[in-house]
Design a protein around this ligand. Structure first.
Ligand code: GCB
Length: 654
């Protein structure tokens, strides 16, 4: 969204970026990234709380590397402040330079590890894992570099056994250098612009331009944990499910690292703890008779049914018998797309939901359990059965609740703001493919995830977009043939070069807002034409993946004027009338933009952020929330496969 400031020039080579180490190309197959869980063979230790923090304010932002801040406690390198983890650092102080800081920041935590983790060497493996950090991370333990990761929103980890097991009883010092600089080849892309006109800008003045509409919060955003496994361990599990009327099949693949002499046994338990199927070996199929299928919220009286798949590994390592146990929640469901429908377990599913952001006061994009719970309770109050993770993968903790509550997810990668021609080149493409690999590795087993979205509103009418999206989508399908793939477009139906490759057309439009502002009367005509044009061209089902209007809570006007609560309501009603006609044909969903108000860059169209929420940033409903609530519950009642009419959301609150 940020426009190029006058008097500026886009730097060819930016000193900030020169500091970003180049990661080697994509590895052939990624190691697993199972979510850390306590099991009989694994323990976890959370490293949340206060960390030491220091932004590198040196002119080149490079003092931390020049002076090797990772070699000693951070407090010995200069002034540090306390910084909560998980949280964004931007809003934590009164200092505007930290709010808008770009470059390297340093985090550090000292932690004492349980003696048993260290004494059991070499049979115990100690792993340090980050749920996500924005955007480029380098991590040291006791001054030794252990991992480097590019990209926010997704986890990364390092085996640190050999470092910590060498010095039991001493503090283990975790140092992280984090850089939030975006380039045309990162996801999301961005660019640094140096302002060289000395009459207008101070020396070395630069800004970071991005083409997405949310504040570019940075920091360690999700939990950091240490966890253990035996030295031979279950590295990854992949599960897919199929079902016919009375029988379901759960196909599994398990990979083990650390031993070639191992055995695997699997048991699938229902929610009563009864074993319903067993298996062995690294791959196979479990047969479940009369399965409890995983149903979306409001489609069944017991949505989000999860079995537990217990995987047990026994391995011989240097004469010792090691056992590892991992339990994976498994939902049995199928997904199919026809030319007019989206089927879950063979029944038509209509997405009546929202787009969200990970965003809140003070915490920015930092994970916060109270906020997560409030949001899920609001979603269910609203009668929303789905959301899109606009515009990046959300925390695993959020995805867990989607699985458990039956909230259907369109899982989007951070491919937002891909607008510049250079962001369609091979370097960007390779990174995009790698990010899809990481996303699918993390979320492939989640029943709530019914479709991958590889991007939001890219410049998909540009010539290179055809090859680019053909490649990204083919790669995504090769990695996961069980789910449809889409990207979200705002391009003209006749010019879009990526649309031929998607399974579902996801289209955003803001009639009467960005186009013909103030003219609600144009919506019926323009929206009908939008749907008909797309359908005529592609014969694929369509989701209205964004529509909305800003409203400032408490601002009223009748007749409705832009930015009033009445205007937001009236806009919804105009859109809904068209949805109601077209959902009888091929429109398979509507996702409001946005669930809640959220912070953006400053700009002349943003009043302390984007106000298209139906809830405020503090999660209070605007008038539009009640309109949507009535509508969503009505649709749920019409399409539910439950015999009795659903009258109360309380019934569904687990
Ligand atoms: C869009 C974008 C979304 C913006 C929204 C808006 O099309 O996908 O990220 O926030 O419009 O409000 O402008």
């Amino acid at each position: 969204m940020a426009a190029a400031a006058p008097g500026g020039s886009v730097a060819g080579l930016c000193p900030l970026l020169l500091l970003l180490p180049l990661l080697p190309g994509r590895a052939a197959a990624l190691p697993g990234m199972l979510q850390p869980r306590d099991t009989p063979s694994r323990e976890r230790k959370e490293l949340g709380g206060l960390w030491s923090f220091r932004a590198d304010l040196s002119p080149g932002r490079d003092a931390g590397f020049a002076q090797r801040w990772y070699r000693q406690p951070l407090r010995q390198t200069g002034p540090v402040i306390d910084m909560p983890v998980p949280a964004s650092f931007n809003d934590m102080t009164q200092d505007p330079s930290l709010e808008n800081y770009i470059g390297w920041v340093w985090y550090e935590k000292e932690v004492l590890l349980p003696a048993r983790w260290l004494q059991d060497s070499p049979s115990t493996r100690v792993v340090l894992r980050f749920g996500s950090a924005h955007y480029y991370s380098i991590v040291w333990v006791n001054g030794v570099q252990v991992v480097e990761h590019e990209g926010g929103h997704l986890p990364f980890e390092a085996d640190i056994s050999s470092i910590v097991q060498g010095s039991p009883g001493t503090l283990c010092r975790v140092t992280v250098a984090l850089n939030n600089t975006l380039t045309p080849h990162t996801l999301p892309p961005g660019s640094i612009q140096y302002m060289t006109d000395k009459t207008r800008y101070p020396k070395n003045y630069f800004v970071q331009n991005t083409r997405f509409d949310f504040f570019n919060y940075a920091g360690i955003h999700r939990p950091v944990v240490l966890y253990t496994t035996p030295s031979a361990y279950i590295d990854d599990i992949t599960v897919t499910t199929t079902s016919s009327e009375h029988v379901a099949m759960v196909q599994y693949q398990v990979s083990v690292v650390g031993s070639t002499a191992y055995s695997l046994s699997l048991s699938l338990r229902d929610q009563e703890g009864k074993v319903v199927a067993t298996g062995d070996g690294p791959e196979g199929e479990l047969k479940v008779l009369n399965p409890n299928l995983w149903w979306p919220y409001l489609m069944h009286e017991n949505p989000g049914y999860l079995y537990s798949l217990e995987v047990k590994m026994q391995a011989q390592v240097e004469g010792a018998l090691l056992e590892d146990v991992y339990t994976l929640p498994v939902g049995i469901r199928t997904v199919h797309v026809t030319s007019t429908q989206f089927l879950i377990n063979g029944r038509p599913f209509y997405f009546h939901g929202v787009n969200k952001h990970e965003d809140s006061d003070i915490r920015g994009k930092g994970l916060d359990w109270a906020l997560i719970m409030k949001d899920f309770n609001l979603l269910r109050w609203l009668g929303a059965n789905s959301f899109r993770t606009s515009h990046y993968p959300y925390a695993e903790e959020i995805m867990d609740l989607c699985d458990a509550y039956g909230i259907v997810v369109i899982d989007e990668c951070p491919g937002v703001g891909i607008k510049l021609p250079e962001s369609f080149g091979n370097k960007s493409l390779q990174h995009h493919l790698a990010v899809m690999e990481e996303l699918i590795r993390r979320d492939k087993n989640r029943p709530s995830v019914v479709m991958w979205s590889v991007a939001n509103e890219p410049a998909s009418e540009l010539p290179p977009a055809g090859f680019y999206f053909k490649t990204v989508i083919a790669h995504t399908k090769a990695l996961d043939p069980s789910r449809p793939v889409t990207f979200v477009t705002e391009a003209n139906y006749a010019l879009d070069r990526g649309a031929p490759y998607v399974d579902v057309i996801c289209v955003n439009s803001y009639f009467s807002w960005y186009h013909d502002p103030g003219h609600l009367e144009v919506i019926p005509l323009q929206l009908t034409a939008q749907f008909e044009n797309w359908y005529k061209t592609y014969q694929k089902p369509i989701i209205q993946s964004e529509y909305g209007a800003d409203s400032v809570p408490g601002l009223h006007s009748d007749p409705p004027l832009m930015f009033s609560e009445e205007y937001q309501k009236a806009m919804l009603k105009e859109y809904h009338a068209v949805f109601d006609k077209k959902r009888k044909e091929y429109v398979i969903g509507e996702l409001i933009w946005n669930f809640a108000d959220f912070m953006t860059n400053q700009g002349t169209t943003r009043v302390l952020g984007n106000k298209k929420g139906i809830f405020t940033r503090q999660r209070q409903p605007k008038a539009a929330a009640f309109v949507l609530r009535e509508r969503y519950w009505k649709i749920a009642n019409e399409s539910s496969c439950l015999p009795p009419v659903i009258t109360s959301h309380a019934l569904f609150l687990k």
